[in-house]
Each structure stands twice: as structure tokens, then as C-alpha cells.
Ligand binder design. Structure first.
Ligand code: AMP
Length: 288
């Protein structure tokens, strides 16, 4: 009898899980990639407590992969500033502003795009911060100035970050990862020559597109990017730690393992906050 009850409960839970998964709509990110002229057809369903998360970590730790996985699992929108630049890079020159053309020159050299350009781009897309599914910010903020501008904007818009995840990995592993990374020219899917090879060498499993070494994954650009990270982005770790938002997550293991670790930590943090509020309310009741 007990076995039957367990079996039925497991089936009901599995059914609810699958139904919940079906409700998760994969955001098409048009408004983010195109800016104010774009309109999303596919918007995440959202829930009463959307996740608003920033991902930090040196280039190569796998923030992009994690952002995509987390967005899918948590029903949020993946907002990557690097993707906006790469999307603009693929468009005809006559459609690109001068600031965008200059930004792409910085990107090709592996340097950070100036704060003013990045901020203008994000500010224009502030509606995406209100996405009902929440957001996973990947590659932004990258400097203290960007983090402060974001914080001011969030407060003005009545929004708050849920957490800031810092992915941690030794530098030697980062260099090996970036050098072996290959990206599909067409759909931007990411592979690795040894860790995550495509089924057919040089060809994307998903769309058959050509796999290339991103310009900013060339060895000269990797060096510049890591220096830029140490100089400009690493200070954000203590900035967010002081705000009580930082979660440190080891970025070793498979992408799926890292994703599960991140979700467990994020949910744990939310539960802890919830428990603290309940506890404080109970204390208040006792005192009055
Ligand atoms: P990512 O895909 O996040 O590694 O970004 C690729 C490149 O875009 C970076 O190496 C920079 O040149 C540029 N970029 C993306 N986001 C930012 C940002 N928040 N601040 C400055 N440059 C950025």
C-alpha cells in the first residue's frame, strides 16, 4: 500500500513538473537584441517572484552557457550585452550607429567598450529589466561605474536584484577553455574542441553552420580580456558583497552540474530570506 502511495505521489509530482516546464516559454529576446525598435513575440510566463540576477566571473568561466541554462530553467530572460554587440556586428553597416561601429572595434581587440556607449545601450533597453519572467544579466555590469548606474536605474524603476552570482575558476583553466572554444557563425551555439566537441568537426550540431574561433577568443585578445577583467570587473565582487547580494559558485564540472549548483544556492538564499522575515515577524508579535 505504502509503495503505491509513493508511486502515485511521484507520478503526480512528475506530471506537475512536466506541466510547469511546458509553461516556460523560451524568450526570443528581440527587444533586447534590437533595442527599442524590437518587440518580443515570445515572452517568459513569469511568476509572482521573478529572478533578477547578475552573473559575474572572468571571461571563459562559462557565464554565457550558465545564463542560457538558468534563463531556461527559471523562466527568465537572458540579457547579454556581448550578444547585443555581436547581433549589431552581423547587420549591414548602414544600420549601425557610429557609436556601435566604434564599440565593435573595441570588442574585436578584446577591450571593454567605453562605459558611456554600453550604458546608453542598456538604458535604451530598460523595459527588458521589467520582463515578467525576470532577467539574468550576463556581461553587464563590467565596471564599477556600470554597476552604480545600474543600481540607480533599478531603484528608480522600483526593481531589486535577487542575487549576484560570481563564478570562480583558476586562471590556467580559463585560458585553456577560451582558446579551445568554437562558436557557430549562424546560431552562436558554443562548443569546445576537447570538452564539448561537435559531432562533425567544424560544423554546428544544431544548424549545420560553420564553427569559428571568435575574434575575441584569439590568444592576443584573451590576454587583453583577462587584464581588463582584473582591472575593471573584479572590484565588483566586493561592491556586491558589501550590498549582501554576492553568491560564490565554483565553475568547475559540467555545465549542468554548475547550473544545478547555482539554482540550489539561489533558492537556498531566497528561502533563507523568507525564513528570516518569518522569524522577525514572529519576534515582533511576541514583543507586542
Ligand atoms: P561577452 O560576450 O560578454 O564576453 O562580451 C564580448 C565583448 O563585448 C567584450 O569583450 C567587450 O568588448 C564587449 N562588452 C560586452 N559587455 C560589455 C560591458 N558591460 N562593458 C564593456 N564592454 C562590454
Amino acid at each position: 500500500m505504502r509503495r503505491i502511495v509513493i508511486w502515485i505521489t511521484a507520478m503526480v509530482m512528475l506530471g506537475a513538473y512536466i506541466a510547469g516546464m511546458a509553461k516556460l516559454v523560451k524568450a526570443d529576446r528581440v527587444a533586447w537584441l534590437q533595442g527599442p525598435s524590437g518587440h518580443c513575440e515570445e515572452v517568459p510566463q513569469g511568476n509572482s517572484a521573478p529572478w533578477r540576477v547578475v552573473l559575474l566571473g572572468a571571461p571563459g568561466v562559462g557565464k554565457g552557457t550558465q545564463a542560457a541554462l538558468l534563463a531556461e530553467q527559471m523562466g527568465a530572460c537572458h540579457l547579454s550585452t556581448g550578444d547585443v554587440f555581436r547581433h549589431a556586428d552581423g547587420r549591414p553597416e548602414c544600420e549601425q550607429s557610429v557609436a556601435m561601429q566604434e564599440a565593435m572595434e573595441f570588442m574585436r581587440r578584446g577591450e571593454l567598450v567605453p562605459d558611456a556607449t554600453v550604458w546608453e545601450m542598456v538604458r535604451e533597453r530598460k523595459a527588458c529589466l521589467h520582463c515578467r519572467g525576470g532577467f539574468i544579466l550576463d556581461g553587464f555590469p563590467r565596471t564599477l561605474a556600470q554597476a552604480e548606474s545600474l543600481q540607480t536605474l533599478l531603484v528608480r524603476e522600483g526593481l531589486a536584484l535577487t542575487a549576484v552570482v560570481n563564478y570562480e575558476m583558476p586562471e590556467a583553466e580559463i585560458v585553456a577553455r577560451l582558446g579551445g572554444r568554437r562558436t557557430c557563425e549562424a546560431c552562436k551555439a558554443v562548443y569546445h574542441v576537447t570538452e564539448r566537441p561537435a559531432k562533425v568537426d567544424g560544423q554546428c550540431d544544431k544548424c549545420g553552420g560553420k564553427l569559428v574561433l571568435r575574434e575575441d577568443d584569439r590568444p592576443e585578445a584573451i590576454k587583453v580580456r583577462l587584464e581588463a577583467y582584473e582591472r575593471s570587473t573584479a572590484p565588483l565582487i566586493s561592491y556586491y558583497q558589501k550590498m549582501g547580494l554576492l553568491l560564490r559558485v565554483p565553475a568547475t564540472g559540467s555545465a549542468e552540474e554548475i547550473c544545478v549548483r547555482t539554482i540550489v544556492d539561489l533558492k537556498g538564499r531566497r528561502l533563507k530570506g523568507f525564513a528570516e522575515k518569518l522569524w522577525a515577524a514572529a519576534e515582533n508579535r511576541r514583543d507586542t
